[in-house]
Design a protein around this ligand. Sequence first.
Ligand SMILES: [Zn+2]
Length: 249
Amino acid sequence: MQIGNMIGMRSLRYLRQERILGKESKKLRNASVGIVGIGGIGSNSALLCTQLGVEKLILVDRDFVQVTNLSRQSLFSERSIGKPKASEAEKILHKINSDVDINAYQDQLSHKNVGAILGETGVILDCTDNYDTRKIINEYAWSNKKTWIFASAFGMECMLSTVIPGKTPCFQCWAKEPEVESNCSEAGIMNTTTAFISSLQIQEMVNLLCFGKPVFAGSLFYGDLRNGIFHKKKLKTQKDCACCRKQKA
Ligand SMILES: [Zn+2]
């Protein structure tokens, strides 16, 4: 594409969202967003971030695309099967918006690598499906004062909360370690649920970055899409929380 055409496209590209966000839309162009888990929620969240035109996107997932992913993981096609999710997502997203700087890590997030992978991020989007990885995100985010947005989907139910270190209860204050980890591969999951909760996650990111007013900070959203039940409850800090207590010590 010629340089003149590219400049013209850039000035038009975000016109519709600028009508809503006004000057605050520019804050998205300076945002560095980390997405942990490029599955049902994460692939759609990554797509929305790319379309919004964030400056930098960091994608983390250790898995490869499987045929069972295609019914809900927005980015992937039959040609993606067998390829690493993170780098495949990077390739596809780059074609959608070449302005976004994307780094892909095919890795399992751990206490050892979390700083190297997520160190440059301004906000972290949790799109994982397990307690242990969320605990790693929580402890890292809490000690490095990074806001993160928890999102989960199971069957036709979903949850979301924004964790702001020092201001809201941390994840470990209210999410107790499950005795048996629920598994979407056994219980099933609908693409409507993952698309719904990822849209809410990105709207919450926009609320945070553009308006400085996340609406789920310190509260837990719950949605039951099958029965049309939606509610939001306030979360409390636990006095004996291992994460908060360690940070205060
Ligand atoms: Zn806590």
